[in-house]
Design a protein around this ligand. Sequence first.
Ligand code: COA
Length: 416
Amino acid sequence: MSEHDVFAVPAVPAERRCRAAEAGWPDGLIDRMAARRWPEWRQELYLGLPDVEQIQREMADLERLDWGLQVREATWDDDERIADLFAQSTERLGDWDLTVERGPNPFAQMRLHENGHVKVVVDRGVAVAASMYSGRSSCVGGQKLSVGWIGGWRVRNGMHRSGYGNLLLCAPEAALQPFPAIRYWYVRTENVNALGFVQHAVQDRMPEPIDKLTAAVHHYDAVAAARPDSRVRPVEPTDIARCVELVNRTHHGLDLFRPYTVGFLEGRLDDGYWGPKPSFVAPVYGWPDLHVLEDGGEVVACAGLWDRGRDLREQWRHRTTGEEREVTSACVLDLGFAEGRADAMAALLGDLAARTAALGRTTLVVALEFLPDVQGAVAWAEPTVERRHLETIVFGEPGFEVSAAVTRPYTDLVYW
Ligand SMILES: CC(C)(COP(=O)(O)OP(=O)(O)OC[C@H]1O[C@@H](n2cnc3c(N)ncnc32)[C@H](O)[C@@H]1OP(=O)(O)O)[C@@H](O)C(=O)NCCC(=O)NCCS
């Protein structure tokens, strides 16, 4: 793969080179950063720092690192190279090619996970493959268990079947990642390539069978489903206990659902930070995104809107007709409603669809598989149902007994 164009050293724009000279940087320092494939935001950050000698010392330290093939945890510096990898890795789904672009913040989805990790294979500074992981405590079959999510498997186009998938499978896992009793992942039902890879490279080499079922979510055209509702308002801290009650009532007993606590929901809405965030850390999902619907002086429904489309776009291209479509979505998280108030939940979804359209996203995605009354109440908006394979595997060793199996899966869209 050494002759692949992608390994050419990126050029530094003349304007940035000028600013480096004006800042008193020695010749070549900015090029050394580009050659180490520092992301633009980091080059800009350093251009604003006063101590040029310190910058040179840091650069020299980094240049001591091995520059061959690495499999490692992703770092802040990897945002551009991982966004580039996703833009250059295509899923084949029947007659369609699908490229899921992640950026400007390719880590946005993972920020919403507990214990998230991104493993990246880097060759001479270029990301050639990556995969994502997270682990959390949850409930399966009524038992408390640790579960691990796997997703975001990508190998750069033109490099498939070169062993990078195998490398990701056998590379050591991050030391602080919880080792789960049950691991699970979603695969689009038409992705026969990925399913073939899983069958050959995972299932055929494991004593334990992979359990296969499917999970479904509903897609609503944001414009068609938009129905602003004046009873909807942003959540306030004093609403959180009620929201927790509504969420727990709504999803009680589903596998992979862990009953919420006030601390859990507040932590999720804190978006990983207390206080201000630096400019290069864009918000993902937080307090302004959770909404409640109040009726008769009581909160009867709640739901959050994660603007997934800000950092994740699906580019579809039909291989024979050349037809192209871009799908950008906003996803409903943390939804709950009072007993008998599917109507209120449906009204809140109509309002969130209006907000989705206002954001410029095409689609509102909601996990309604086990909520037929809500499905019925928004049937007028004529959703399409997307179904994915949900594969689970139980860790096995003598004395490690897990009898629980996922049968009725709760879908938290941050893991979709
Ligand atoms: C799925 C994907 C990650 C696999 O990675 P890869 O680097 O091509 O896989 P490898 O070359 O390491 O192959 C590992 C083994 O699986 C086999 N394999 C790979 N793809 C296969 C397929 N479609 N069918 C059957 N076996 C397959 C290889 O032959 C190899 O077998 P071996 O160890 O006996 O030699 C890669 O094809 C990819 O990025 N696809 C596009 C994006 C995508 O669909 N991601 C998955 C989303 S869920």
